[in-house]
Design a protein around this ligand. Structure first.
Ligand code: LLP
Length: 463
């Protein structure tokens, strides 16, 4: 539908910045299943429900803002990845997207492995009982303490990111009388079509060891000589929120090229390749993500074809989806505080959270959808910007969206697809207290990460 079809709603349609918003849906009360968790719907009164519970009840019980996570959906998506890749491959959930002990237990039960990238994530994984051999440890500057803890715990793999780290991990393992399984992370020189800050395989950046100038081959050469290391494979992660499989194709081609060089030089066929995470999800109805089975099929075909061409045994593949599993499973529930129409521009809707619970809009210019959740409305659509309560004009949650023109203080609105990189990147800016994560399943809700309190804030401030 074109903009001009809604002359009354977006009162400011004539001054809209080009390309910054999607035209309003035919029905603003509709909830596009692409961007909402599986069990989300509306009840007979028009209230949004998830896992059989109305958001009005959740708001009353747990307050707002709150991240509401659909546990059944999380498990479904985790299982879909697991099933798609089968038993000849490994799926490591990327804990940086969102990690808590409950999540670790769900992953364990659904047969997924876990990728951690800090001592804190490792501690959470171990505290929740994830078997260490199913944990991969990442990071471009792991501290000596983190390395020692990971090696002592017996993590299944450490992904080495620099020449210094090759030596550090080897020494730590040797001094503990161990041999650590490692992968070497390489940069394959792919320009992923995503935001600059979340692209990671072009050469001019901090992650990995470049393939192009022979550094990666040198890294393998050195690592193979060290008794403390068992080099199991090569790792590549090209970036995040990617829809186009061609970047993975180039990455697989170049990684297999390295495997071939390693075989030719050392007579060793490395057994594994990890193609990282980064698969995109739908934040708005305009996004069209691929299903896990399509991704698995595509990656398997690419790697098999490349290996046949190089006369190599096909290595075991692993992948590390974070966003694609947890992203769509949660929405953030906010209460509207003020509604401020700016004549000729747009209407600013202030909610009780903001950039402290979702930094992605400010940081990456990310796009989100939003819906009136506590009721339905037949009012004309109005163009809104959903903003937070922080002292910062860049404190934007949803840059441009349409909400019913009768939106009023006290209404609940929900922003879908906030399961990934929202709670995990949340801050205490302006001494905001980070919202809870409430998991909902089969008519029951429980807090899996509680809301911060003033006591939490003051506990760190030792006076
Ligand atoms: N594996 C590695 C080595 C990674 O660095 C990442 C993400 C992943 C897997 C998981 O990527 P995913 O499937 O979740 O896209 N804060 C940014 C995203 C940063 C991603 C960092 N690494 C955002 O909010 O978009």
């Amino acid at each position: 539908m074109s903009r001009s079809a809604h002359p009354a709603g977006p009162r400011h349609a004539d001054v809209l910045p080009e390309g910054h918003y999607t035209a309003p849906a035919d029905d603003l009360n509709a909830l596009d299943p692409k961007v909402w968790a599986h069990t989300v719907g509306r009840d007979a009164d028009g209230v949004v429900t998830v896992g059989g519970i109305a958001v009005t009840q959740l708001a009353e019980e747990y307050g707002t803002p709150a991240y509401i996570l659909d546990e059944a959906d999380f498990r479904d998506r985790a299982r879909a990845w697991r099933t798609a890749f089968g038993t000849d491959a490994d799926v490591f959930y990327a804990g940086k997207a969102f990690l808590s002990r409950a999540v670790v237990r769900w992953l364990d039960e659904e047969g997924l492995n876990l990728d951690v990238c800090s001592g804190g994530e490792l501690a959470t994984a171990l505290a929740a009982g994830m078997p260490a051999e199913r944990i991969a440890f990442h990071g471009n500057n792991k501290s000596p303490e983190e390395i020692e803890r990971a090696v002592r715990a017996g993590v299944g793999r450490i992904v080495l990111d620099s020449f210094q780290e090759i030596v550090r991990v080897a020494h730590t393992a040797e001094s503990l009388g161990k041999r650590q399984r490692v992968q070497i992370r390489v940069t394959v020189g792919v320009e992923a079509h995503t935001h600059e800050f979340i692209a990671t395989a072009h050469e001019d950046q901090k992650f990995g060891i470049p393939l192009a100038d022979g550094q990666a081959a040198e890294a393998v050469r050195r690592a193979l000589q060290l008794d403390g290391l068992d080099v199991i494979g090569i790792h590549s992660h090209i970036g995040s929120q990617i829809f186009d499989m061609s970047g993975f194709e180039v990455a697989a081609h170049r990684v297999v090229g390295l495997l071939k060089d390693v075989r030719d030089e050392h007579g060793v066929e490395l057994a594994e390749i990890d193609l990282g995470g980064g698969l995109g999800i739908a934040y708005t109805s305009d996004d069209d993500p691929r299903e896990p089975h399509e991704i698995a099929k595509a990656l398997n075909e690419i790697v098999t074809r490349e290996c046949e061409g190089a006369r190599l045994r096909t290595p075991r593949i692993s992948v590390e989806p974070g966003r694609a599993i947890v992203g769509p499973t949660a929405f953030t529930l906010y209460e509207v505080g003020t509604v401020k129409p700016l004549e000729g521009l747009r209407t600013y809707v202030s909610v009780d959270g903001g950039m402290s619970d979702n930094i992605r809009t400010a940081l990456y210019d990310a796009e989100y959808s939003v819906a009136l959740a506590s009721r339905t409305s037949d009012a004309e659509p109005m163009l809104v910007r959903v903003v937070g309560k922080h002292c910062e004009s860049g404190d934007i949650v949803v840059k441009d969206a349409f909400l019913p023109g009768d939106l009023a203080p006290g209404d609940l609105i929900a922003v879908p697809a906030t399961g990934a990189y929202c709670r995990s990147m949340a801050s205490n800016y302006n001494h905001a207290m980070r919202p809870p994560v409430v998991a909902v399943r089969d008519g029951a809700a429980r807090v899996i990460v509680r809301r911060e309190t003033e006591e939490d804030l003051l506990r760190l401030d030792v006076g």
